[in-house]
Every structure is written in structure tokens, then in C-alpha cells.
Design a binder for this molecule. Structure first.
Ligand SMILES: [Zn+2]
Length: 115
């Protein structure tokens, strides 16, 4: 039996969806070590272990892949996507006041959520 649903729409918009990028995609990402709740950037991996470095620098530590929780980046942050979508719609419709408002809102959000 063939599925005729359009591809790529699997559980889109489910906030609790676990992000499991390909292994090589983890390098450079900011993640949480769920065993100790520390946040770090993935520097590399050896076998099943990944080396994380604290965002403010310091000694690296190792964590197993299953204990890594990937944090959203700007590219897949729902708030960033929502604001950008609204801004491009406002732009398409010529609502320049809304475009400036949303640009400022995006800047404020990124400073508080991603810096
Ligand atoms: Zn964001």
C-alpha cells in the first residue's frame, strides 16, 4: 500500500520532538549533558563519547550520545521562525510599520535568547 501523504511533514510543529541530527551534524552544536545539566559546545567525538566544552571556556568533558540533548539554533528556533515568517508576510503586504516592529522584536529576542 502506498502512502500518498506529502513528504517531510512528519510531526511538524511538535515542540517536544527530539532532535536527532546526524552524528557529524553535532560537531559545533550547543547541547545539554542530561546527566549533569551542563551546557557545552560539541568539539569532537571518539566512538560513542562526545567531547563538550563549556561555552565560556574551560575544561572539556565527555558525554555519551544518549545523554546529549541538542538545543535549538537560530535556524530552528520556533520563535525566530515565527517572527521571520510574520515579517516576510508584512513585507509582502507592504506593511512597513509592522516590518520595522518585527525586525526590532527579532533583535530583542535574539539578544535575550541566543547570546
Ligand atoms: Zn530564536
Amino acid at each position: 500500500m502506498h502512502s500518498t501523504t506529502s513528504g517531510g511533514a512528519i510531526s511538524a510543529g511538535t515542540p517536544e520532538q527530539v532532535v536527532t541530527p546526524p552524528i557529524e551534524g553535532l560537531i559545533g552544536r550547543v547541547v545539554v549533558d542530561t546527566t549533569c545539566k551542563r551546557v557545552g559546545r560539541v568539539m569532537g567525538n571518539e566512538g560513542p563519547k562526545y567531547q563538550l566544552r563549556p561555552l565560556r571556556g574551560g575544561r572539556e568533558w565527555e558525554v555519551s550520545l544518549r545523554n546529549i540533548e541538542v538545543l535549538p539554533t537560530r535556524a530552528d528556533c520556533p520563535q525566530c521562525v515565527g517572527i521571520k515568517t510574520a515579517r516576510s508576510r508584512a513585507n509582502d503586504e507592504g506593511r512597513t510599520n509592522d516590518v520595522s516592529f518585527l525586525t526590532a522584536a527579532l533583535g530583542r529576542h535574539q539578544r535575550s535568547a541566543h547570546s
